[in-house]
Design a protein around this ligand. Sequence first.
Ligand code: ATP
Ligand code: MG
Length: 400
Amino acid sequence: MEYDHILIRYGELALKGKNRKKFVEKLQQNVQQKLTEFPDVKVKRTQGRMFILLNGNDPQPIMDKVRNVFGIHSLSLAIKVENDLEKMKEAAYYALTNAEKSKTFKVTVKRINKGFPVRSQELNQILGGYLLSNTNSYTVNVHSPDVEVRVEIRAEATYITSSVVRGAGGLPVGTSDKTLLLLSGGIDSPVAGYLAMKRGVQIEAIHFESPPFTSDRAKQKVLDLAEKLTKFGPSIKVHVVPFTKLQQRIFQETPDGYGMTVMRRMMLRISEKVCQNEGILSLTTGENLGQVASQTMTSMNTINEVTNYPIIRPLVTMDKDEIIEISKAIDTFDISIRPYEDCCTIFVPKAPKTKPKRDRVNYYESKFNYEELIKEAIDGIEVIKINDKKVEEDVFEGLF
Ligand code: ATP
Ligand code: MG
């Protein structure tokens, strides 16, 4: 006997009707997509539950992949047996004796199939008694057992589980519309992308690079960050924008520490155009109140003037250490702290304005023809599709 299934429990029970159906179908798709390298593993649904059929595969690597899929509340290894008392006993014994460091247990029977002739309460006692008399070192503790052997009797079969592993929570990616994540090489923006994905949002990313002032390694850093994010959802398209010319021009034309603000506004203008071309409805950034000059309330207000697309800022009120904690947990931190600089760090004026006013910025921008340069930057965009584990390079020429 061995574990032959993984049982997936999904939360968000408040979801009803059509939403729920869409949610569950998307979740099943996302789980399937994470398991393409295991061709004989199947993902099935029955009344309010989802199962992975292991078909002889080692459960651990599969569990590790599926744990990261948003929309899953918890997971358990399960044994499927016929609705037969002797088989249940055997499976319960396996589940208990294979659980980690357990001394106490309880049995919980759920009889969803009311046609099964023995009632739950009685079955608890029969199975508990069987386990006690066939083992030496276990005792029953109904209030806080080390292991809960759960027995779910369904129409088609009985599923027996013991340990419960926490899932990633959230909503399945793709149950909400897409957002365009402004992805720098820093600590914050990948975390912002992760949090958007957690609420079901699928992402594309946009990155502004300024070669030769920024290196290929700075770009690689961004692609590596995007790859980390694919752990939590489908493949990610990264739009890499050649920003050098526009950026140099901005800093020539803009006095008084306003260059940074104009640069951010140009980023938003270009991002909005990409959204229009891709049918994306919002932008997401790693902005956070009060960290640096570009992120004061005045600055956000002035930067925000150029777009009426919603800007999602999942980190806006978080503390830096909370952000770092998440970035470590999702494994982007070590990539983010690689020392290669992005375009912002290089061009940033020594004393950027902390309170850049809208009228001043509009005045500076009116002095030069940035529309041409924006168009040129957009024409030069390179699109790189990042798949889970491997990076595929695709250049879509003449897309815009
Ligand atoms: P991060 O850690 O994400 O770089 P930060 O604290 O360095 O953020 P800023 O440099 O002010 O903050 O950038 C604010 C946000 O602007 C970033 O979180 C990101 O969403 C976006 N951004 C900055 N630089 C770039 C870039 N080169 N390409 C794409 N987006 C960028
Ligand atoms: Mg940064």
